[in-house]
Design a protein around this ligand. Structure first.
Ligand code: PRP
Length: 223
């Protein structure tokens, strides 16, 4: 049996992904050591390999088949536009892609003015403004702390992720329009999907069951 390789986006999502994998009996003890400088981890028994990469690189590894399966945010999938299959919503890492800015920018959007849009996600922003809204805008690519842009006058609005909304609130900005909801997704290499169909289908079935079970428990706690 050959190894199935997983690419996980570093950070918040990776931790939650490993927790979910544990519930279906997929563990990787080596990966939990915070002092380790190792880049790739193996579960010999199940013939699985795992590695962590920068989130935006996950779809690249999966498209080229260097990883069979990836776990990454929907935002990254949309932005990277790689030839991969998105097969499962893991239901965590929930947030929204939004157009945000000061209240005064609302009328610029309303009147379809030629505004500047700062974002880490130029493809998502382009698709939203050009294809969905038919509004011509100037897109300015930034690499982080996007909320700064309208504050210092680099742009009128931003397209960015909103989770709790506290970054916006603390900086006098607000959600002006919602682009789409986001969460962590499982992606698969199309060739792996065909060649390892049975193993991958079983894994996805188990994961799906675990996700539903987790959601059921969360609902129970709420009520
Ligand atoms: C993200 C996003 C917002 C913030 C939203 O940034 O770009 O800045 O989180 O979260 P909130 O609604 O809960 O405040 P991240 O922390 O990933 O860093 P970045 O600014 O470098 O992109």
């Amino acid at each position: 049996m050959r190894y199935l390789t997983f690419a996980l986006g570093k950070g918040r999502l990776a931790k939650k992904t490993l927790e979910l994998f544990e519930t279906i009996g997929i563990t990787c003890e080596e990966m939990k050591d915070p002092d380790s400088r190792k880049l790739i981890f193996v579960n010999e028994e199940l013939k699985l390999k795992f590695f962590l990469s920068k989130g935006p690189d996950v779809p690249t590894y999966v498209e080229y088949g260097a990883a069979d399966i990836g776990v990454v945010g929907k935002d990254t999938i949309m932005e990277e536009q790689r030839k991969i299959y998105e097969v499962l919503d893991l239901g965590f890492g929930k947030c929204r892609m939004c157009v945000c800015g000061p209240e005064s920018a609302a009328r610029l959007l309303e009147h379809q003015e030629l505004i500047r849009v700062a974002t880490k996600y130029p493809n998502i922003a382009k698709d939203y403004f050009y294809n969905q809204k038919n509004q011509t805008v100037e897109i300015i690519k930034l690499n982080g702390s996007i909320e700064l842009a309208p504050i210092v006058g680099l742009s009128e609005v931003i397209v960015d992720i909103v989770e709790t909304g506290s970054t916006l609130r603390e900086n006098g900005l607000m959600v002006l329009e919602e682009v789409c909801p986001l969460s962590a997704r499982v992606v698969v290499n199309p060739v792996s999907m065909r060649m390892e169909n049975e193993r991958i289908a079983k894994l996805l079935k188990d994961l799906n069951r675990a996700v539903l079970e987790k959601e059921r428990k969360e609902k129970e706690c709420e009520s």
